[in-house]
Design a protein. Structure first.
Length: 111
């Protein structure tokens, strides 16, 4: 099995499982997070592959490189963008609350 087949299969299962929760969340923060993680993944994966810290079997990758690391490495970042917000929501993650701005008291000290 190649990395592409494995990545697509796992991401499909994750996307199907996470879709009901992710639909309830605002799309813009998810898209921005995905963009940032993909950029960071491209940069750092190329560094670790270029330095020889991680190596891939050439027969198991698609051959599409970015420019050194295989494009299949992006599956981890995409999976994280799907899974982490889903788990956060399912486990009762708290959202920041907006506190009303306090008005100065009438007759009070304004200093």
């Amino acid at each position: 099995m190649t990395y592409v087949i494995l990545s697509v299969a796992v991401l499909a299962v994750i996307a199907i499982a996470c879709a009901p929760v992710l639909r309830r969340l605002p799309a813009r923060p998810l898209a921005l997070t995905a963009l940032v993680l993909i950029i960071l993944t491209i940069v750092f994966d190329n560094v670790i592959v270029g330095l020889g810290i991680v190596d891939y079997d050439p027969e198991l990758i698609s051959g599409v490189l970015m420019p050194i690391a295989p494009v299949e490495d992006l599956a981890y970042a995409i999976g994280a963008v799907l899974l982490i917000p889903t788990f956060w929501e399912l486990l009762g993650g708290k959202r920041p609350t907006h506190r009303p701005v306090e008005e100065p008291r009438a007759g009070g000290d304004t200093q």
